[in-house]
Design a protein around this ligand. Structure first.
Ligand code: SIN
Ligand code: MN
Length: 200
């Protein structure tokens, strides 16, 4: 396992072995049944290419009214619990004392991408955002703490974990594209990204 620092983001390459990655996918399967992925629409009316859902006390949603954390899935049901195996990653890399309120689950099909953005809807930026990559490789772009300027990119592979915290907590980041077919973890291909956050 190698540990890289890129623009203040700590990248743990190969943090999760293949067996744990498969167990994580098994743990996510029932959760995706009870809180199905939905395709968010931005406040300006743009349909996102990434599909998303959440687990935890709060889920992150985006719609015409804006971006926010809320207690229910857009379908009206409560979000499922964050699986223990997912929480274990947070406990190991962030804190055993406080659990994340939200685990956002993003699914990238072959043409999906995510523009540069900051994670800034949380109340307390002293907690990092912990991001887990599963499935196909993703070209992850890291910018600056303000919009614009030079950026650097790195391929994230299945099993990599990124810790976005400290002075880099509000650094812009996004995913330019995935490399379809680069992983066999997900039977139908694509990429799942989990981001755990303390929201309140
Ligand atoms: C995100 O910033 O919400 C997702 C990042 C990723 O997919 O790696
Ligand atoms: Mn983000």
């Amino acid at each position: 396992m190698t540990r890289l620092l890129l623009r203040g983001f700590e990248i743990r390459k190969g943090y999760l072995d293949n067996a744990v990655q498969s167990r994580l996918i098994d743990a996510l399967r029932p959760l995706l049944k009870s809180a199905p992925l939905f395709r968010p629409v931005t406040p300006s009316g743009k349909v996102m290419s990434v599909r998303m859902t959440s687990a935890g006390d709060l889920g992150w949603v985006m719609d015409k009214a804006g971006y926010r954390y809320q207690g229910q899935h857009p379908g009206g049901m409560n979000w499922p619990k964050i699986p223990e195996l997912v929480l274990a990653i947070w406990q190991d890399l962030v804190s055993p004392e406080r659990a994340p309120d939200c685990c956002l689950i993003n699914y990238y099909g072959k043409d999906a991408k995510m523009g540069l953005h900051q994670d800034k809807d949380e109340a307390d930026f002293s907690w990092p955002v912990l991001s887990v990559s599963l499935g196909d490789d993703a070209l992850f772009r890291i910018g600056n703490t303000t919009r614009g300027g030079k950026t650097e990119s790195i391929w994230l592979n299945s099993g990599d974990v990124v810790i976005m915290g400290g002075p880099a907590r509000l650094t812009y980041h996004g995913v330019d594209r995935i490399r379809p077919g680069s992983s066999r973890l997900l039977p139908k291909g694509g990429r799942i990204n989990l981001t755990m956050r303390v929201a309140t």
